[in-house]
Design a protein around this ligand. Structure first.
Ligand code: HEM
Length: 273
């Protein structure tokens, strides 16, 4: 049986030739124009096809089309900027992982040299990843400052703040574990110092530094451990937590800027008096 699917664009909305010469004179499109119009509709048909089977457009509308309070400004873009930095780190990291070798006997260092000197656009992608990590750390702090000074951590957004703090810790751990990977003198000794500092923490400090060192000596096993934490454990955890973070942002809506709240409160007081 042939099922008739709804036409994605109603006939009356389809573009019609308006001037002489646009079509074939009787209001119809020439074959070339018809092909062009059909290819323009193709994207819509694909989206329609997918939506009919998944009903995803409802979720898309829920996530993207929502009311935003008056007075929002550029500071509200810092969360999305952090998200973009994370995505950029993920993409450049995948390309670096194609060439990087977590081998402590000069293999790691040599693979980074190979990426920088011989791989097409290698130095560029490596540079993006290296500087991008600093950009992400700076952005995450700025975003946190924005949510703090705008009072966005208060009821009902406390859970999102807690998720945010976890994201901050995980972002710092990403920077920390990534620093060792080139395995040159600087990254080696900086990581030795950092692991020792971790060891001075109360209660869990010594266990934490043992876990990070992955053995009695700082060496090959440490590099493998840092690499797996850096490229599997942390990105997975960050991606999942960003999902939860954005779900709550969508569900709870965005906080109004503090100054627009102040206006409202004084209006309320005036009414009460
Ligand atoms: C990987 C790190 C992070 C990403 C990708 C991220 C992303 C976002 C995005 C896209 C938004 C919505 C737009 C905006 O308000 O800027 C948002 C909102 C929010 N974020 Fe983050 N965030 C991160 C880390 C943090 C941190 C470290 C905190 C605080 C400790 C935090 C707390 C919040 C709060 C409370 C909101 C709600 C803001 C409001 O309702 O006005 N986030 N986040």
């Amino acid at each position: 049986m042939r099922i008739k699917l709804p036409n994605p664009i109603p006939d009356k909305l389809r573009p019609r030739p308006r001037r002489p010469g646009d079509g074939n004179g009787n209001g119809r499109l020439t074959p070339t124009q018809a092909t062009i119009e059909a290819s323009k509709d193709a994207g819509i048909s694909v989206v329609d096809w997918l939506d009919e089977r998944t009903s995803l457009s409802g979720a898309g509308r829920w996530a993207l089309f929502r009311k935003v309070p008056k007075g929002t400004n550029w500071f509200y873009t810092l969360g999305s900027a952090t998200l973009f930095a994370f995505l950029s780190q993920a993409v450049t990291g995948v390309f670096l992982a194609m060439y990087y070798r977590p081998d402590a006997t000069s293999g790691a260092y040599e693979s980074i040299r190979h990426i920088n000197d011989e791989v097409f656009l290698g130095e560029f992608v490596h540079g993006m990843h290296k500087w991008g990590s600093t950009v992400m750390v700076v952005l995450v702090f700025l975003h946190m400052a924005r949510t703090f000074f705008f009072g966005a951590y208060k009821y009902p957004r406390e859970l999102n703040w807690v998720i945010g703090v976890t994201l901050l810790i995980l972002t710092l751990m990403m920077a920390f574990t990534g620093y060792l990977l080139p395995f040159d003198q600087r990254s080696y000794w900086a990581s030795v110092v950092a692991v020792n500092i971790n060891g001075t923490g109360p209660f869990i400090g010594p266990y934490l530094s043992d876990f990070l060192r992955a053995g009695p000596e700082f060496g090959a096993t440490t590099l493998s451990r840092f690499y797996s934490i850096h490229m599997l454990l942390l990105p997975g955890a960050i991606a999942a937590l960003i999902g939860a973070h954005l779900y709550l942002v969508t569900k709870l809506g965005t906080t109004a800027p503090p100054w627009s709240k102040a206006e409202k409160r004084s209006e309320l007081r005036e009414t009460e008096a």
